[in-house]
Ligand binder design. Structure first.
Ligand code: ATP
Ligand code: MG
Length: 309
């Protein structure tokens, strides 16, 4: 499967489910890329499958929102700066030549980033119980090995946010929830601690911002990598409706059913439709109906508007 576009000055090296990665065309084979281009497509994935059709405008929206959050977390909210993978403007300078590194064809959908040594852990934080966390809790009373109080319902707020990492499975395999002890085995004790501390801090700051805009950040997933100086750096997309569950705070407070409480501004619309219409989970997933595509696009746009206005 390749979704590569031909982009002047860049060479395609990888396509994930949603993003395409490029390195400078003149980079020697096998060399580590200092700079990379991460291009978000309109592809939509659920249950680890890319669905058809995509959601028009989604790639641009994800990129806009990621950049907005990176900026806030990089001192834009007046707090401690969280290092991120963007190539800073001060390095790029204002000259047209530097900015022309992002080809016209992908402007708005692309981020110029520093190539990092990515950690093999998806750093999930949950402030509310739902999704795979809820599924695990119902079975065992724990999430990623963390015991929780009894009697929680789908969509309930947790006593405090928890770090529930997942092993980042290679392409084509499913990510898997893991315990903190397994995270330590994967990356070492110091890095595991650092990933947990950073993830919980970013979640708390973002959840507070969301709340100011009438939104609940129910859960989210971060990816980190080490930069050339060994600094743990926030990478990939951040706090988007693809990587997070956002709910309407008023609906959550007033709702009585899970459906009412979790009125979502995220990929849940697609997940729910697929769960109902692809029960076999075998072969190719069915085509998304136009109505689901439109509703998802509208909800994503509304989230951006509400958060950033
Ligand atoms: P999934 O659909 O589960 O997210 P994926 O993570 O493989 O699958 P994408 O998110 O579409 O696919 O692709 C983005 C890829 O780019 C990820 O593998 C991510 O780890 C990687 N990545 C993001 N930022 C950087 C960076 N600064 N340096 C190196 N790799 C990066
Ligand atoms: Mg990803």
């Amino acid at each position: 499967m390749t979704h590569a576009q031909t982009l002047p000055g860049w060479r395609h090296v990888y396509s994930g489910k949603v993003r395409d990665l490029y390195v400078p065309a003149d980079l020697p084979d096998g060399a580590t890329a200092e700079r990379m281009l991460v291009v978000a497509s309109d592809r939509v994935s659920a249950f680890d499958h890319v669905l058809d059709p995509g959601v028009p405008g989604k790639g641009e929206l994800l990129t806009t929102l990621s950049l907005w959050w990176f900026d806030r977390l990089d001192g834009g909210d007046g707090r401690r700066r969280i290092p991120n993978h963007l190539v800073p403007d001060r390095v790029l300078g204002d000259d047209d030549e530097a900015h022309s590194l992002i080809p016209d064809a992908v402007i708005g959908r692309a981020m110029l980033v520093r190539g990092l040594d990515m950690q093999p852990v998806e750093c999930v934080v949950r402030g509310y119980l739902t999704g795979s966390g809820w599924a695990e809790y119902r079975e065992t009373g724990t999430v990623c090995g963390i015991p929780l109080v009894e009697g929680l319902r789908n969509g309930d707020r947790l006593p405090e946010p928890i770090f529930t990492p997942a092993y980042k499975a290679p392409m084509g395999e499913h990510d898997e929830n893991i315990s903190f002890a397994q995270t330590v085995e994967l990356v070492g004790a110091d890095r595991a601690e650092e990933l947990r501390r950073l993830s919980l801090e970013i979640y708390a700051r973002a959840a507070e911002t969301a709340e100011e805009h009438g939104l609940i950040l129910a859960d989210t997933k971060f990816e980190f990598g080490l930069d050339e100086n060994g600094v743990m750096t926030l990478a990939d997309e951040v706090l988007t409706p693809d990587s997070s569950r956002y709910w309407d705070a008023a609906a959550w407070a007033e709702g009585t059913t899970p459906g009412e409480r979790m009125a979502s501004f995220d990929k849940q619309i697609v997940r729910d439709w697929l769960a109902e219409n692809w029960t076999s989970r075998e072969g190719t997933p069915p085509q998304l109906p136009a109505e689901i595509v439109e509703r998802t696009a509208a909800r994503y746009a509304e989230l951006l508007e509400r958060l950033t206005s």
